[in-house]
Design a protein around this ligand. Structure first.
Ligand SMILES: Nc1ncnc2c1ncn2[C@@H]1O[C@H](COP(=O)(O)OP(=O)(O)OP(=O)(O)O)[C@@H](O)[C@H]1O
Length: 553
């Protein structure tokens, strides 16, 4: 299929050639409609929209054909206009060359409102200022007042848009030492129960949420939040609960359910239940633990409201639920409708009824994998990707993939790279090969001890590791602001996984690139991902230290 295309176009994007030599493109290119989906969603086609920084004259560069590619073709930029060149199946002569700066901020998702206008208490605003949070993001601006008005909500907004603070801030407005004084007076004097339970699917994500809350509480108040993640010493966690009497706990479903069952976590008086990465929490693995959490966290069951006909779980009356993810399949909407009290749907900067995501026609089974091209799959990932991200794919034989990866890192001059692979053994081999070629690369996966995992992450965040090779473990929630490149050495299993992996870069409006390295036989999968995600994934090669973009019909 990939080789059957009629016409292809190529140009170069690299870091060493002068930008000032590219011609200005003053009107949208009018050739193949499908070639520039991006131009229709991001305004007219300009060099900027294609990733060029400036628009001046053309430069010609020769390069050798990547021996992993099958059918090259050409693009000419002449006098400011693209001209189609007959497909040439033997030689490639790319013409235009420019640079790209992937860490530049492109489209910051900040709201026009201030934190004060959202109704947050003065102490919390002081803490936000101290920590350098000056302006709320769009999703925070929409979620905070809605949660403060006691509505249950489902928050869906693209990766890296600030969803954590979107629910943490209204909770801190109501419970703990930064809350409105009035509310503090209302809190039980003797032995306050836990006021908020935040559930996250992985230990890393749980710990990240705790860090974000502790930052705002400050060192003197950090005891008010407690982590209850798996893989850590349970007795120590129970001891801290007893001693510190936190008002917020953040943890993984297994550990929260375990301590709750042992009677050492008192959550009956809990006012908030947050399910972060709700779509993952609904997976089969977490079913029993989630059942316990949904049933026990919050006010005692209201005998009048009966049980949910599907789950059999008794309905609650006072607990406020917040469910969060960048990807919201219909299963989430169904669960939210059943667990929550008429929840609102917050999508980026808009608040609306939950029904605005209607059940898509056709099967809802996302586990059907990358071949799944149903409306349900597209509904789940709609609006999940940061708009500034650039997506590419590159065809490479399995044997050459790590070398292609290395050339990709150099061609994009990426400083902080997250690489996803599906199998631990190959992942280790890849790290070894990258290190042998002089790249500072390390591995991060579930087989490593928790201390090693934490150390790797810390080093990566500090910029001491350039390439972090990991697996699905890091696809959700991992927040490394400087990450400018994500590479899929193995394709993700579906568009939901693609969205979360891709979202490790381009955070909070920063520029970022996602490159998927696939075999020729997998190109159709990339096409399906592209369709479901509603983005253009451009075909590319890496040659002589440059990213060569190939456009095709
Ligand atoms: N208003 C703000 N001003 C500045 N930085 C912010 C603001 N809100 C959030 N951030 C920062 O932006 C980064 C991304 O936020 P966060 O992790 O909450 O995004 P997210 O939408 O939950 O992403 P994901 O879907 O990948 O989990 C974090 O480092 C966070 O501290």
């Amino acid at each position: 299929m990939a080789t059957s295309v009629a016409t292809r176009f190529l140009f170069l994007v690299g870091d060493s050639l002068s930008l000032k030599k590219l011609p200005k493109i003053s009107r949208p290119a009018s050739f193949h409609n499908t070639a520039y989906v991006l131009s229709s969603t991001h305004g007219p086609l300009t060099l900027k929209s294609l990733g060029f920084k400036n628009e001046t004259e053309t430069t010609t560069t020769k390069f050798k054909k990547d021996n992993t590619k099958q059918t090259p073709s050409t693009l000419k930029v002449i006098q400011g206009q693209f001209q189609e060149v007959k497909p040439n199946r033997v030689k490639v002569k790319p013409k235009a060359v420019a640079t790209e700066n992937p860490v530049e901020i492109d489209s910051a998702p900040f709201s026009a409102k201030s934190f004060a206008e959202l109704g947050l208490p003065p102490l919390l605003i002081e803490a936000l200022n101290r920590e350098g949070f000056q302006v709320p993001t769009d999703v925070q601006s929409a979620s905070i007042p809605t949660i403060l008005k006691n509505h249950d909500v489902v928050i869906q907004s693209y990766t890296g848009s600030g969803k954590t603070l979107a629910y943490v801030l209204p909770i801190l407005s109501e419970v703990g030492p930064l809350a409105n004084n009035n509310n503090n007076n209302k809190e039980p004097k003797k032995k306050p129960d836990i006021q908020a339970v935040i559930v996250a699917p992985s230990r890393e994500l749980g710990m990240q949420i705790v860090r974000e809350i502790k930052k705002l509480l400050g060192p003197e108040n950090k005891r008010f939040v407690q982590q209850l993640v798996g893989g850590a010493n349970r007795s120590r966690q129970e001891e801290s609960l007893r001693k510190n009497k936190p008002v917020i706990v953040v943890g993984t479903p297994g550990r929260i359910a375990e301590i709750s069952s042992s009677g050492k976590l008192h959550t009956h008086g809990c006012r908030y239940l947050v399910l972060d990465e709700i779509d993952q929490l609904l997976s089969f693995n977490f079913r029993e633990d989630m059942h316990r959490i949904i049933e026990h966290v919050g006010k005692k069951a209201d005998s009048d409201s009966g049980s949910d006909p599907v789950t059999g779980i008794k309905k609650r009356v006072e607990r406020q639920m917040v469910m969060v993810s960048a990807t919201v399949p219909f299963a989430v909407i169904r669960a939210a409708g059943s667990w929550g009290r008429n929840p609102f749907l917050v999508q980026a900067d808009k608040v609306g009824p939950l029904e605005s995501i209607s059940r898509p026609p056709g099967p809802v089974n996302l586990a059907a994998g990358p071949g799944n091209n149903t409306p349900a799959a597209s509904t789940a990932v709609a609006g999940s990707l940061p708009p500034a991200l650039k997506h590419y794919y590159c065809v490479s034989r399995m044997l050459h993939k790590v070398d292609t990866l290395r050339r990709c890192v150099h061609a994009l001059d990426a400083k902080t790279v997250i690489v996803f692979m599906n199998h631990t053994r190959q992942l280790k081999d890849a790290v070894f090969k990258l290190q042998a070629r002089g790249l500072v690369a390390e591995e991060l996966h579930g087989d490593l001890g928790k201390l090693t995992r934490s150390t790797m992450l810390k080093k990566f965040k500090k910029g001491e590791i350039r390439v972090l090779v990991t697996n699905e473990l890091s696809a959700r929630g991992l927040d490394v602001m400087d990450c400018d490149l994500v590479v899929n050495v193995d394709l993700p299993t579906d568009s939901v996984h693609y969205a979360h992996r891709a979202g490790r870069t381009g955070r909070l409006g920063r520029k970022g690139s996602v490159v998927s390295i696939c075999e020729e036989s997998e190109v159709f999968v990339v096409r399906k991902l592209q369709k479901q995600l509603g983005v253009t994934i451009q075909c590319c090669e890496f040659a002589e230290g440059k990213l060569v973009i190939e456009e095709q019909k």
